[in-house]
Design a protein around this ligand. Sequence first.
Ligand SMILES: [Zn+2]
Length: 429
Amino acid sequence: MKIGLEVHVALPTETKLFCSCSTNADEPNTSICPVCLGFPGSKPMLNDAALKSALTVAKALHCKINDNTYFLRKVYFYPDLPKSYQITQLDGAIGHGGYVDISKKRIRIRRVQLEEDPAKIIREDEYSLLDFNRSGIPLNEIVTEPDIETEEELREFVNELRSILYYAGVDINKEMKTDLNISLGEERVEIKNVTGIKNLVDAERFEVKRQGELISRNQKIPKETRAYNSETLSTISSREKESDEEYGFIYEPDLASYPTGDIVIPEVVIASDVARQLSSKYGLNEATVKELVMFDRHALGLVQYGLKRSNANRVINAIELLKRHGNITISDESFGKMLSYLDKGLLLNEDAIKSLQENRQVEIEKNTVSTKEIDKAILGIVAQRQDLVREYKTNSKAFNFIVGMLLKKYKVNPKYISERLAEVLKDKA
Ligand SMILES: [Zn+2]
């Protein structure tokens, strides 16, 4: 099986790709002008911020950046595109020949290009409406080589790509539209406009089954474009696939060729690479670190800051502790303090953590308790309540009851209390 993707994401710009209309508008058709409505005679002007953002993504995906980037008109007729062509790129794209590493292999990136989003079609029972607010929104299209071979690789690639896009400043909560190219036999079938990872995987599953059945019956798989229906979890044929020639590409005469050499492109952190390096250097669980940092640059900052000051497991535990208290917002300085308390064997209660997050002084006496003290209290209960100790193996309520007694007194991290109690009871039973 071979899977290739064409992923479309909106770039984080204030204004549209070729005009100064805002990219943020709620009421339909309020952020429009002759350019994004496609009026004859209107002239597109390239948005520098979109160019820079697309270059940032291309570089993060290890692409070779084209010295000069230029645009094409992809000519086709559809109601969401009244000027009858979409301004896009092909051979003069932003970048080409990149890659994304997933755990067991490298997925090659064929091309990263800029293009304009068409208008949005809202279909009602008997009519269709058009919203041109979306027309001209800058999209980055990321085209992979057909290197994905399993469902697991598909999931992993999309997750990895989303993490890279997040660190490149793209809003990954916005809709991500993907064309899924999938072939089990000779011919390639394209499933258009699939949104979200779940739909992508469901569409892939259906298509693998469908094509597999055709092959087992010795039938030909026609080259075609299909649409995915998320209600029936199936794909249906929508039209015969156009080749590039049928689309009719011509150079866009209204836009220049743009040199990229002088543009300073920011470095993008590849969070999973950093997680891998830190895990092997400090003996941490890679999955745990990835989970913390893939979509959270603040968490990554805390990990990097903390590792210079404390033991690696302590740093990870401290961030998880903050997470359990609701959020990990904390200044580097306060995080350093937090680590030093934990290094001393102190447990922090909710007030202590809140004080640290608000950069206030922690009242040590009231808001912390040493791990030694907890152990002492556990031993005390064990000595007094043999009835509960006898029961805890067969009755989880007994165990939870003791945890509850301790929490009432100390109001500290329940996970730590449970772990210590389990440890002590293991020896006593
Ligand atoms: Zn406009």
